[in-house]
Design a protein around this ligand. Structure first.
Ligand SMILES: *[C@@H]1O[C@H](CO)[C@@H](O)[C@H](O)[C@H]1NC(C)=O
Ligand SMILES: *[C@@H]1O[C@H](CO)[C@@H](O)[C@H](O)[C@H]1NC(C)=O
Ligand SMILES: *[C@@H]1O[C@H](CO)[C@@H](O)[C@H](O)[C@H]1NC(C)=O
Ligand SMILES: *[C@@H]1O[C@H](CO)[C@@H](O)[C@H](O)[C@H]1NC(C)=O
Length: 614
């Protein structure tokens, strides 16, 4: 397996999956049924697998494939890649960058409660099970030597002696610069995280994942990139799209407001590498192996004193894969995924995934990691300036491949349209082999930088990393289904999707043979300019920065936004409990709708996208 290929291909590859499953749902049960179908489509041998089998060089590989029941359906694709031209056309609008500075609180040791300056080493905030503090009877308060340095702890009597009273009170304490923002990192035995990285050779049956777990999950540093990132300094890595488990954990170790005191925490982070874990077993036919560690985790954390404060509803974790990898309903061998997100414990937590379910409330989508991890604001601004000023040769571009096996897929239509138009740059992805340009950050970034619009149809899964590559390249995304972005990344993308993207309903392309080029040409140049500015303005929000050497920053990145949103969610819940306000009852099957609601609207009200999610 090359990069995300083998391990992930079945996911992002063939399928009636993307289309089949997610569309027809009325009730929760139906949703589950659909999910099941949706998932089945994926359990077929990746073409890469098949290629490997063909090559028959490594019998172990072949065994893996077949053992996993993956032997069928591999059609080794032919590598066909069209050249991407890079040349000169109209100058693009240059505008002053719009960066919203945030009042980042200066972390000062004295103000900092407990563990703030944690950076004593790679593993500072992180203690393996051996050093787990014993559960104490004082409501989950762990003690730590660092606690001595804590400012006078808030009393929180007005919050009625709740377990989280001190946490709420700390937000009112104007002298505590981290007040209301503390994160407690749940201590977990090494088998839930560190061991997986240590045994990275076991993470995928096909690929050497050790390459992608380096540099705190960023992967190997990229240099040169044949012009794609030319002159943009460091900050480019060959990042695996599923490395978010590690990236997020590494980043949270450097969060400015960590605490060793759970009773002070605005939220509790559970550093379980759920995505890495499940990927080890997804293609194997041992269903219980897929659930083993998930069940272990649920048992472990639900027994902790920190959990009891709110039944885990202040806990969150990151699983850098799509939600469908964690929502297996039945136990048949042909069923896809683990059942992590169905576990009662996970029902109470917030799972941050790269693609959330439109019909469940316990997961939220956050951006896929791209190849860009700037270590300073300057590197980020420099890149924004660069993509804003680019001369874009093509009106639109498409990196994809026809998947004739999927009747509902519009990718074949888009390939055809792109081939027919001189205004389109096509990069036909192969799903096999080492030459797949679509797997190369440099090739994809070069393509996307060459065009004004980037076509992003659903391809196996509703969401995909290229949507974020497009934003990073300053290329205006063209989505064909709201599940590809608009109902997903509500924390990171603006509500008004027409400001930064173009929406062409799949059905228009499928049944009405709508011309994408025609639609795009109808957009006036000044509107295009505004949209591109909006896209370039989004770059910081969808970037996971490198915080290892960053001293101060004025920019909120994808991590900052996610953490702030989790904290805000938990705080709202807590204040509601204190005030005796019942929590807003949300209907699971409408979960996709909630972020879209305007003032006074209700989830039950009709929405133009209802048919797409029914
Ligand atoms: C399946 O996995 C479980 C948990 O890892 C293990 O105990 C069991 O022996 C496995 N079964 C088979 C048939 O390999
Ligand atoms: C989930 O939260 C609810 C409400 O706080 C609680 O009653 C329930 O016990 C929690 N579930 C678990 C598994 O802790
Ligand atoms: C874009 O094109 C304009 C006019 O052709 C030229 O002056 C400018 O230098 C070009 N910019 C870049 C970044 O190539
Ligand atoms: C779609 O329209 C194009 C021209 O706009 C035409 O060449 C093509 O044959 C049409 N395809 C179908 C399936 O109708």
């Amino acid at each position: 397996m090359k990069r995300h290929n083998a391990g992930d291909l079945p996911l992002s590859a063939p399928a009636g999956d993307g289309s089949g499953g997610k569309r027809a749902v009325e009730k929760e049960e139906e949703a589950e049924d659909k999910m099941d179908k949706y998932d089945k489509g994926r359990i077929r041998c990746s073409r890469l697998c098949f290629l490997f089998a063909l090559a028959a060089t490594v019998s172990i590989l072949a065994r893996h494939c077949y053992a996993a029941g993956l032997g069928r359906g591999g059609n080794a694709g032919v590598v066909r890649i069209e050249a991407v031209h890079a040349s000169p056309p109209p100058p693009s609008v240059r505008q002053d960058r719009k960066i919203v500075p945030i009042a980042r609180r200066e972390p000062s040791v004295s103000d900092h409660s407990p563990s703030a300056p944690v950076d004593a080493g790679d593993d500072a905030s992180w203690k393996p099970s051996a050093s787990e503090p014993a559960a104490s009877d004082n409501g989950g308060k762990t003690t730590s030597s660092k606690e001595k340095h804590s400012p006078s702890p808030p009393r929180g009597s007005k919050y009625g002696g709740r377990p989280f009273a001190r946490a709420l009170a700390s937000a009112d304490n104007k002298n505590d610069l981290c007040g209301g923002q503390y994160i407690y990192v749940q201590e977990l035995p090494a088998r839930f995280n560190k061991d997986m990285v240590q045994h990275c050779d076991k993470l995928s049956p096909w690929t050497d994942m050790c390459r992608y777990t380096t540099n705190g999950g960023f992967g190997p540093l990229l240099r040169g990139g044949k012009g794609a990132f030319q002159g943009t300094g460091a900050g480019w890595y060959d990042t695996d799209e599923h490395a978010l488990d590690i990236i997020f954990h590494e980043r949270i170790k450097r969060y400015e407001c960590l605490t060793d005191d759970p009773s002070l925490a605005a939220a509790v982070f559970v550093p379980f590498y759920a995505g890495l874990d499940v990927a080890r077993h997804l293609w194997g036919n041992n269903v219980s192996a897929r659930d083993e560690l998930a069940l272990d985790l649920a048992h472990h954390i639900a027994g902790r004193p920190e959990w009891r404060a709110m039944g885990g509803r202040d806990h969150f974790f990151v699983a850098g894969r799509t939600t469908w990898d964690f929502r297996r309903k039945a136990d048949g061998q042909a069923e896809w995924g683990s059942k992590l997100l169905n576990l009662p414990a996970a029902q109470n937590m917030t799972a941050l995934v790269v693609e959330a379910s439109p019909w469940h409330l316990n997961d939220v989508a956050i951006p896929y990691p791209t190849a860009f991890h700037p270590a300073s604001d300057e590197d980020l601004f420099f890149w924004q300036d660069r993509v804003r000023a680019l001369n874009r040769t093509h009106l639109f571009s498409f990196a994809g491949v026809a998947r004739p096996g999927d009747a509902k897929s519009i990718e074949g239509r888009l390939v055809d349209q792109c081939k027919e138009s001189p205004a389109c740059a096509l990069m036909e992805c192969s799903t096999t082999g080492p030459d797949n340009k679509c797997e190369s950050p440099a090739s994809v970034m070069r393509l996307f930088q060459s065009s004004t619009f980037c076509l992003l149809p659903r391809a196996g899964t509703d969401t995909s990393r290229p949507a974020f590559d497009a934003v990073l390249a300053g290329c205006i995304p063209v989505f064909f289904h709201p599940a590809s972005a608009y109902v997903q990344y509500s924390w990171h993308l603006p509500k008004s999707h027409t400001d930064y993207s173009v929406y062409i309903p799949e059905e228009d392309v499928r049944s009405k043979n709508a011309s994408v080029e025609e639609r795009l040409r109808k957009i006036p140049p000044e509107v295009v300019g505004k949209m591109r500015d909006a896209v370039v303005g989004l770059i910081p929000s969808v970037t996971y920065s490198d915080a290892t050497s960053r001293l101060e920053t004025t920019v909120k990145d994808a991590f900052d936004i996610a953490v702030a949103a989790v904290i805000s969610k938990v705080t709202k819940l807590r204040r509601g409990i204190v005030d005796g306000r019942p929590e807003e009852e949300k209907i699971e099957r409408y979960s996709w709708k909630y972020p879209l609601l305007g003032e006074g609207q209700k989830a039950e009200d009709p929405h133009e996208w209802d048919p797409l999610f029914n």
